[in-house]
Design a protein around this ligand. Sequence first.
Ligand SMILES: [Zn+2]
Length: 460
Amino acid sequence: MPVVKNIISTKQRIGRFITGSPEMIRRTEEIYRAVLGFYLDVIHDNLDKLPGWDRNSGTRALERLTVRTEPRMNRKTGKPFGGNPNPPYPIDAVWPKFPAYLRRVIIAKAIGMAKSWHSNYQRWLRKKERIQNRNESRVAEGKKPIPFDEHPPKYPAAGNVGITFYKGDFKNLSLKANTIQLKVWDGSDWRFITVEVEPTRHSRKLHLDDSWEMTVPTVYEREGIFHLVTAFEKKSNVMKFTDYYRSKRPKVLAVDLNLGRKNRAVCALVGKDGTVHKVRHIGLTACNTTDVHHLLGLIARNVSGLGIVPKGHRPCKKLWRKVHAANDNYAHHVSKRLVDLAMEWDARVIVFENLKHFRPDRNKHGSARMRQRIGYWLHRRVMKYTTYKAKARGILVALISPKDTSARCSLCGSLETSRAGNILACRNCGTVHNSHVNAAINIGMAWFIREEKRLQQKSA
Ligand SMILES: [Zn+2]
């Protein structure tokens, strides 16, 4: 069976400060945003046509709506023909002689922004309808309706958009040089200027090898300072879930993440028939977790002395920042080890439990609640970092429902189990499991069960 390849691109961004010529860049940014806003408005007036547009047809349609071109003369009859003398939204009434290449760049950007909003909006509509339908049947059964208070996605605005410089608008982009030439508006004309750039602390740390391809730069403004952000792209072949499931001997790396007081991840390499090939406990001693707990203790002590904290006031900002930096570093460390292990074991899918609907326990207060919130935050961070690190190496990350993963016996599937600490005893088949290993195996099996269901639905 041929395997369909799925090209996935991973991005890394390198930001540098722009230290010279901010006035011209600011002026260019103003015009860029104004024209982008103009086109977003035109698209908004013609929303019914948006779904049928791609980048090319959309550009043609929008130029027809905004760009004035004089008709030509028929030499034989002397009558004018063609042209677009009266567009409904003439751009030259607002910006005479706006360069055509930049207009096309901005139109493409506006279409991209509007399209992305449109698909989010459609998703929101479908969700609303789904919940309304479910509520109708719930009310009929005498149950309370589920409230739907999600706001619809907002139509995009040009307010905070960075200027993307496409081919022809920039010259001599290199990470080694400390200058770049950008085409900007000098007040009366478009011309190239040389801009000085300076690496940031973060950009100095990143090392990208030759497998990363440099793409176009974007200029962003943050708190009055301009940053030149260069994106790097790496394309890798990743199989689709269904193709991997149907391949010869699929194996997944299932992860049971325990990020609490004792941080550890239990990994199991699970095969399609439920065979557990390997198990590994990753103790995370390399990161100083006690440090975080020490910091949390300091915060708790400080906050308890404050009495009632006024709304909007966040105490211990510096300490919190330290906690987050330590946790972030930690998430990078864990995710790297997980991806390395998947490579070592030749598993093309890493499976986690999805914690999306998790809410902190309302009965917990003080430091216990704080730990729980941080554990949750850390968990999401680890999944996020693992996803992008795995992608770059051709591995996919799957999330499965956490239902019964820690209560079910992975050997016989019974839910008649009792747990004490790290031990899970099955009353049905009599097996005594390590509860974390058992959970990891269930997580891996859940992925195979889900893919099997999907396959059957497809063929049905
Ligand atoms: Zn059992």
